[in-house]
Design a protein around this ligand. Sequence first.
Ligand SMILES: Cc1cc2nc3c(=O)[nH]c(=O)nc-3n(C[C@H](O)[C@H](O)[C@H](O)COP(=O)(O)O)c2cc1C
Length: 194
Amino acid sequence: MTQSIDTMTVRDAIYGRCSVRAYAPEQKIDQLTLSTLLAAAVRAPTAMHGEPWQFVILQDADVLKRLSDRAKELFSAEAKRLHHDRSSLDIFSQPGFNVFYDAGTLVVICAKTAGHFALADCWLAAENLMLAAYAMGLGTCVIGSAASALNMPDVKHELGIPPETTAVAPIIVGKPRGEALPSARNEPQVLAWR
Ligand SMILES: Cc1cc2nc3c(=O)[nH]c(=O)nc-3n(C[C@H](O)[C@H](O)[C@H](O)COP(=O)(O)O)c2cc1C
């Protein structure tokens, strides 16, 4: 049972949230919980009240596995082209590696317009969703490595994403297995304070 969104201070949510990469097996997020997360997502600020976001929710294990395989292939090819450190890409060639860390739910925040700030709006919605999930005892992680696969024309067609819509922020959600701890940050660099 997912806990209520109302149990945590903003401070605890912001400072406690971290990417979760291990999930309890066979845990699908229920409809009410997902509705709560999406409702929090769409409270994000949005340029000129554009609300460009649309959502795809994937919970079918076969669909997620096929998408993960496609993402591994595309992401490692792209990363090699961009000369990323090859050792960090080794994991993408491991047959057992799932880019979604076997989470039961993937929420993809999509932008239905190519407006100037549509991507910013979607990422703001993403953070709202992740903080709300954390407050409800759920883990999340942005899976940027799946974005290219989600934007392939055949994948968009299969998932019902219109051609003019862009998949922006893929976020896994699930019940964490074990404890994940927040990682350190550098001090904010203030460039000007006049
Ligand atoms: C745009 C974006 C793309 C990301 N893509 C991935 C990814 O493909 N796989 C992954 O495991 N984590 C991914 N992450 C999570 C980051 O690695 C993580 O946020 C960062 O290391 C900071 O850790 P924290 O989220 O625990 O604070 C992504 C995060 C962002 C913001």
